[in-house]
Write a protein that binds this ligand. Structure first.
Ligand code: NDP
Length: 499
C-alpha cells in the first residue's frame, strides 16, 4: 500500500518558489474507499494576486533564457517523471480512482509530452517570407504571451497539466495553475519535480481552491494574459464569458458525446474490444469516452450479444488492485449524476440491457462504484444519447446505412472524438471527411490520443484551440511580424512597389 509523506498529506500552495501554508483547508478523498487521504488549501483570491505579481517579474527573465536552455529543464522533468513513474501512477490512482494500468498510461503521456516539448526548444519555428519591396527582409516569430493561467479537471490530473504547462514554459511564459480540488496530489508532485529540476522561482505556481474563487481571480487578473481551460461545457461557457469581459485570450477543451460506428462489414470482436476499452476505461469518465454505439441493423443483434457477454468479465473495484478493470467514480456527485441519467433513459423508453445500479464492493463499502451499463433501443434524440453522462454507460443506436450512421454521429452538440469499424476503404475516407469531430479513429475505439497530434474538438467541445501537438504552442505564444529594411531609404509598402 502506498504511503503518503507529510507534505503530501498536508498540501500547500506553491507561490514564487515557496510552499505557502493556507489555514482554510478541504479534505481530499480516495474514491475507492471514501477515506480522507490529504488536506488541500481552499485559497482566497489574494493567493492569485501574489502569484501573478511574482510571475510577472520572473517571466521577464525567463523569456530571455535561450529556448534550448529552457528545454533542458523539460528534459530533466521528463527524466525525473520517468524515474518516479510507478509512485506517481499509484498516487494518481489513489486520488482519482482509475485503474493502475491506466494511471501508468497517463503518467507516460506526461513523460512523452516533456520530451516532445523539450524538442520544441530547438524549433519554435517562425517563418521567413519575401518582402514585396527590394532590399527588405520579412519574417514572423513566436513570442511568449507572458503570464498564463491554466485550469484543469480531475479526470486526467497530470496529463492535461503537462499538455498545457510544458508548451507554456518552453515558449518562455510563467504559469499559474489551478488544479481541480478533487485531485491535488498530482499538482503537488509535478511542482516538486519542477522545483528539484531547478526551475527558477516564479515560473510555475500552484494555487489550490475553488473555481469560483481562484479560477475567477485568475480570469480577472490583468497580468494573466491567457486562460487555458479544460473541463465541462457548462463551466467552460462561464469561463469564456468572463474572459470575454476582460478581452482575454481563452482556450477551451470541454466535454464530448463520442460514438463508435460499427458497420455491417466490421470485425465484430475487434469492435467489441474497442467499445469496452473506450466506454468503460476510467469508468467512462473521459472526455473521449464512447457513450454511444451506432450500429448497422445487419449486425446489431450480434454486436449486442457479444458486448453483453464481454461486459460480464469487467471486474469493478479498487484501481490499485490490478485484477480490476474498472475503478470507482470520482465522488458522490458523479454517482448521483449517473443515477439521474439511468432514470432519464428508462423514462425515455430505452431498454436497460445491463447494469444501471450503484455497486457495493466488499471491503470498500464507502467507495463510489457503478455497474457497467448498456442501454439498447436508444434513438438519437434521447437525452441519454445527447448529454454527457460521465460514467460507464453506453447507448446502442441502430441505423439502416452508412449515411444514417454519419448523421447520427454528427447530431450532437459536441465534436470531440469518433470512430468507425469497417473493412471498406472507401467508407474509411468518406468517414474521415464527414465525421465532424476533432479526432477520428478507424478500427479503434474513441480514446487513444498520442501527444504529438493536436487534441481537441469542434462545436460545443472547444473554441478552435488545441492542446498537445505543435498546435498547443499557438495558445501560449503571440506572433510578431518583423520587417528589416536594408535599402537605406524610405520604402512605403503597397505604394513604392511596381504594381
Ligand atoms: P469542471 O468544469 O467542473 O471543472 C474543471 C475545472 O474548472 C476545475 O479545476 C474547476 O475547479 C474549475 N472551475 C469550476 N468553476 C469555475 C469557474 N466558475 N471559473 C473558473 N474555473 C472554474 O470539470 P470536471 O473537473 O468535472 O471535469 C470533467 C469535465 O472535463 C468533463 O466535461 C470532461 O468531458 C471535460 N474534459 C475535457 C477534456 C478535453 O480535452 N476536451 C479532457 C478532460 C476532461 P473546482 O472543481 O476545483 O472548483
Amino acid at each position: 500500500m502506498i504511503t503518503l509523506t507529510n507534505e503530501e498529506r498536508n498540501l500547500k500552495n506553491f507561490i514564487n518558489g515557496e510552499w505557502t501554508e493556507v489555514t482554510n483547508k478541504e479534505k481530499v478523498y480516495n474514491p475507492a474507499n471514501g477515506e480522507v487521504i490529504a488536506e488541500v488549501p481552499n485559497s482566497s483570491a489574494e493567493a492569485i494576486t501574489q502569484a501573478a505579481e511574482s510571475a510577472g517579474i520572473a517571466q521577464r527573465e525567463w523569456a530571455l533564457v535561450p529556448a534550448p536552455q529552457r528545454a533542458e529543464l523539460l528534459y530533466k522533468v521528463g527524466t525525473m517523471m520517468k524515474e518516479r513513474k510507478e509512485r506517481l501512477s499509484q498516487l494518481l490512482t489513489l486520488e482519482n480512482g482509475k485503474v493502475i494500468e491506466e494511471a501508468r498510461g497517463e503518467v507516460q503521456e506526461g513523460i512523452d509530452m516533456a520530451f516532445y516539448m523539450a524538442g520544441e526548444g530547438r524549433r519554435l519555428f517562425g517563418q521567413t517570407t519575401p518582402s514585396e519591396l527590394k532590399d527588405k527582409f520579412a519574417m514572423s516569430e513566436r513570442c511568449p504571451v507572458g503570464v498564463v493561467g491554466i485550469i484543469t479537471p480531475w479526470n486526467f490530473p497530470i496529463a492535461i497539466a503537462t499538455w498545457k504547462s510544458f508548451p507554456a514554459i518552453v515558449s518562455g511564459n510563467a504559469v499559474i495553475w489551478k488544479p481541480s480540488s478533487e485531485t491535488p496530489l498530482m499538482a503537488n508532485e509535478l511542482a516538486r519535480i519542477f522545483e528539484e529540476a531547478g526551475l527558477p522561482k516564479g515560473i510555475l505556481h500552484v494555487v489550490y481552491g475553488s473555481g469560483t474563487t481562484v479560477g475567477q481571480a485568475m480570469i480577472e487578473h490583468d497580468a494573466i494574459r491567457v486562460i487555458s481551460f479544460t473541463g465541462s461545457n457548462e463551466t467552460g461557457r462561464k469561463v469564456a464569458t468572463e474572459c470575454g469581459k476582460q478581452l482575454k485570450k481563452v482556450s477551451l477543451e470541454m466535454g464530448g458525446k463520442n460514438a463508435v460506428i460499427v458497420m455491417e462489414d466490421a470485425d465484430i470482436d475487434l469492435a467489441v474490444e474497442g467499445i469496452l476499452w473506450s466506454a468503460f476505461g476510467t469508468s467512462g469518465q473521459r472526455c473521449t469516452a464512447c457513450s454511444r454505439v451506432i450500429v448497422h441493423k445487419a449486425v446489431r443483434k450480434t454486436l449486442e450479444e457479444r458486448l453483453l457477454e464481454a461486459m460480464k468479465n469487467l471486474t469493478t473495484g479498487d484501481g490499485l488492485d490490478s485484477n480490476n478493470k474498472i475503478g470507482p467514480i470520482i465522488n458522490q456527485a458523479g454517482l448521483d449524476k449517473i443515477l439521474k441519467y439511468i432514470e432519464i433513459g428508462k423514462e425515455e423508453g430505452a431498454k436497460l440491457a445491463a447494469g444501471g445500479k450503484q455497486l457495493t464492493v466488499e471491503n470498500y463499502e464507502k467507495g463510489f462504484y457503478f455497474e457497467p451499463t448498456l442501454f439498447t433501443d436508444v434513438t438519437i434524440d434521447m437525452r441519454i444519447a445527447q448529454e454527457e453522462i460521465f460514467g460507464p454507460v453506453v447507448s446502442l443506436i441502430e441505423v439502416n446505412n452508412f449515411e444514417e450512421a454519419i448523421a447520427a454521429n454528427n447530431k450532437v452538440k459536441y465534436g470531440l472524438s469518433s470512430s468507425i469499424f469497417t473493412q471498406d476503404v472507401n467508407r474509411v475516407f468518406q468517414a474521415q471527411r464527414d465525421l465532424d469531430t476533432g479526432i477520428v479513429y478507424v478500427n479503434a475505439g474513441t480514446t487513444g490520443a498520442e501527444i504529438h497530434l493536436p487534441f481537441g474538438g469542434t462545436k460545443g467541445t472547444g473554441n478552435g484551440h488545441r492542446d498537445s501537438g505543435v498546435q498547443a504552442l499557438d495558445v501560449f505564444t503571440e506572433w510578431k511580424a518583423v520587417y528589416v529594411d536594408y535599402s537605406g531609404k524610405l520604402q512605403r509598402a503597397q505604394i513604392d512597389t511596381d504594381a
